[in-house]
Design a protein around this ligand. Structure first.
Ligand code: S3P
Length: 169
């Protein structure tokens, strides 16, 4: 494992950040944290409820606070939300405070993995493929510029992806 204080996973919805992160934390004896879960616990509401009640900008502010608080610590594997890299200050913080891995996934695989998921407000529409495609176009350059390493999860289930990524680190 490299000497960075934290291992930080970035990438889109359905890349497996939480599942892979939890498994890597176990393997390396680190603590696992999930930025969305931190926001939900602090707010006493789900991400979907926060989007609905307060709007996306207020959620993004909560997400900034989550990242700043969590990355005040060392020894974490941190799963970020798919939109965390939108903010330039977040990107700088992630790079400063950890070794950042971009978990890559295609839109087709995202659609498969998220088919039964109704918790993500950005996907609460019929045209999921278009939404995910547009997000990928806008965000993939940001993931790439933030990450120290890109890891393709497309052909692997999360457990296999975690094991293969863990072998690389
Ligand atoms: C979002 C991704 C979600 C969550 C919120 C917004 C995004 O996290 O933060 O629904 O903008 O892509 P996951 O990537 O963990 O699904």
């Amino acid at each position: 494992m490299n000497p960075s204080p934290n291992l930080i996973l970035v990438g889109p919805m359905g890349a497996g950040k939480s599942t892979i992160g939890r498994r890597l934390a176990q393997r390396f004896g680190l603590r696992f944290a999930d930025a969305d879960a931190w926001v939900e616990e602090a707010a006493g509401a789900t991400v979907a409820q926060l989007f609905q009640r307060e709007g996306e900008p207020a959620f993004r502010q909560r997400e900034r606070e989550a990242l700043a608080t969590l990355l005040g610590q060392d020894g974490l594997v941190l799963a970020t939300g798919g939109g965390a890299v939108l903010d330039a200050d977040n990107r700088a913080l992630l790079q400063r405070r950890g070794f950042v891995v971009h978990l890559e996934v295609t839109v087709d695989r995202q659609l498969e993995r998220l088919a039964q998921d109704h918790s993500r407000p950005l996907l609460a529409r019929d045209d999921r493929a278009q939404v995910l495609g547009a997000l990928a176009t806008a965000r993939n350059p940001l993931y790439a510029q933030t990450a120290d390493l890109a890891f393709d999860t497309d052909a692997l289930d999360p457990a296999a992806a975690a094991d293969a990524l863990g072998d690389l680190l």
